[in-house]
Design a protein around this ligand. Structure first.
Ligand SMILES: [Zn+2]
Length: 228
């Protein structure tokens, strides 16, 4: 027995619990329990020790498209890709990032939730499948970098640098932060490395939901005070 979390159950809100269940069954999940009334249904899925709850509620929740909703590591990416294609789901190969040296691909479930599959088992260089265009690799880091470049404001060069203190000549493309408030700008490769190795580091994004907009509402505005 340990005191920490012993299991976690992601909850996906879906329009049609049966259609979503069929999608996730293709990757080894099977329904353990289901229930609900009328158009509000739920289905509790399990695959080995992993569980997932599909919930269809009426009226439908307003959901927003996210670059990634669920990341699933699979034992055999090629087989997964085949299964998705056979079931009529468009799949995009997404390269061989450090966290998935056996390859990565992305698709969407019947609700449009973006599901990314990765394989941890390394695929040797010569057995890798070439990416059309070479740069098709999907990653949260790349998307963050694109958001930064649209907005501007990044310093000229990566501030992270190499493992022995050597300066990095690559352009700074993403901003990383931790919960204490330390921040650093890095190139894609060094940001990737920092995210994997620095405990609690995360991609800093300006999405209008952070502390800045919150504080703006809570702190005194001289003009408002004058009107009051
Ligand atoms: Zn760098």
């Amino acid at each position: 027995m340990h005191d920490g979390v012993q299991a976690q159950v992601p909850v996906l809100y879906v329009a049609d619990a049966d259609a979503a269940r069929r999608f996730y069954e293709a990757f080894g999940y099977s329904e353990q329990r289901s229930g609900g009334e009328g158009e509000s249904r739920w289905s509790y899925l399990q695959c080995g020790e992993l569980t997932m709850l599909l919930a269809a509620v009426q009226p439908r929740l307003v959901t927003v498209e996210l670059p990634l909703l669920i990341y699933l590591y699979v034992g055999d990416l090629a087989a997964t890709l085949q299964r998705l294609t056979d079931a009529g789901h468009p799949v995009e190969r997404a390269g061989y990032p450090e966290h998935a040296p056996g390859g990565e691909c992305r698709t969407a479930d019947p609700d449009g939730n973006v599901v990314v599959f990765g394989q941890r088992r390394v695929v040797p260089e010569q057995a890798r499948v070439e990416q059309p265009g070479g740069e098709a690799r999907f990653s949260l880091i790349r998307e963050a970098a694109e958001a930064v470049s649209r907005r501007g404001g990044a310093p000229a060069h990566c501030q992270i640098g190499g493992p022995r203190g050597e300066a990095c000549p690559e352009p700074a493309e993403v901003k990383l932060a931790d919960s204490w408030g330390d921040t650093v700008w890095g190139c894609l490769a060094h940001a990737d490395e920092a995210l994997l190795n620095a405990r609690g580091a995360f991609l800093a994004t300006e999405d209008g939901m952070g502390l800045g907009p919150f504080l703006q509402l809570h702190q005194a505005h001289p003009d408002r005070a004058a009107q009051g």
